[in-house]
Design a protein around this ligand. Sequence first.
Ligand code: PLP
Length: 394
Amino acid sequence: MRSRIYLDYAATAPLHPAAAQVIEDYLGASAAARANNSNANSLHSEGRQAFANLEAARKTLADILNVRPFELVFTGGATESDNSALFGVVAALRSAQNPVPHIITTSFEHDAIYKAAKQLEALGLARVSYVPPQKSGHVHAEDVAAAFTKETVLLSVMAAHNELGSLHDLQEFGNLAHEQGALFHTDAVQAFGKLALNLSDLPVDLASFSAHKIAGPKGIGLLYVRSHTPFKPFLVGGGQEGGQRSGTQNVCGAAAFAAVAEKLCASPASISQEARRLQLLRDKLYEALCTNPRVVASVPCEAGSNNYLPHIVNVCVSGIESETLILQADLAGFAVSGGSACSSHSLDPSRSLQEIGISRDLALCSLRLSLGWDTSESEIDAFLDFFNQLTDKF
Ligand code: PLP
């Protein structure tokens, strides 16, 4: 067994060998590597090679998502994709008739959406409704339906929650938005690779993705913008990415993203086979943790439940704060999280946990375990042994 056991895939998944190989092929000092990773907008041979690599990566990802390549915009990660989606749609749809458009999102979105929405409000560019989730970690369609106004231009609901694993029905929310004449965006960062996403068959206008959550490199993401969707670029400059996102493209990152996606998400069958494997591990972990009297499940992701991602378990451990849990686990050789990684440098309890009705005190004791492509059953067993010994000590 490894000397360190990594159970924090929802924060970032360790780089897959397929992505590592691409990075070696692109970032080395050889002439081939220099051409591979040249500026994809240059006219010389190296530039044309880089352009071909970039477009091949786009085609691979487009095939996996079942969209047209020109509908995929490479970004610097999902934070940028999420911000761009909100700002880009609002900027495109502000008009004399609708000078301050209305957006609907949820109160437990990732900060990349939540704080972008707050920023739009602070700048006076949009009005926002934040629909709260239920205790289960799901937002009800009726609650979203009640929030629409004549000015609503966009609904943004995440496909899968990064702390709780709860899934939302994209068909249902997309239809709802479209019936009301609004666009639908989804943050699909955590769902990608765990659920087969056929975007052409779904009423989704915009969607965000990030490579490092599926074992690709950091700093590369995607924004899907369905053809003819009103969208004004968030980043302007050199006009790359069909004018949708300026900035010299990260060719190496795009190629590595495509390589790992091709390995791990090649077909709906391979995605569901891996999801089943992970779900069995998750069920074992969840059930064993729940037998510990100190554990309060944050959401009920019981065996067989398919309302949740197959690889995330979130519990609160009464009387042991997240920081202690993380540091004790770290000393024992386990990498775990207390909530979302982005907020883990602060001691604030998770907004999402509080939004589903968990008290502040209990939310301060949250533990998120997330599994991935090279998690094994023996690693789960080792963690459970450690955990039970830890709770006996405190
Ligand atoms: N959205 C969700 C649901 C996430 O989990 C994350 C990462 O934590 C992001 C957006 C931001 O992604 P990135 O790290 O690529 O900016």
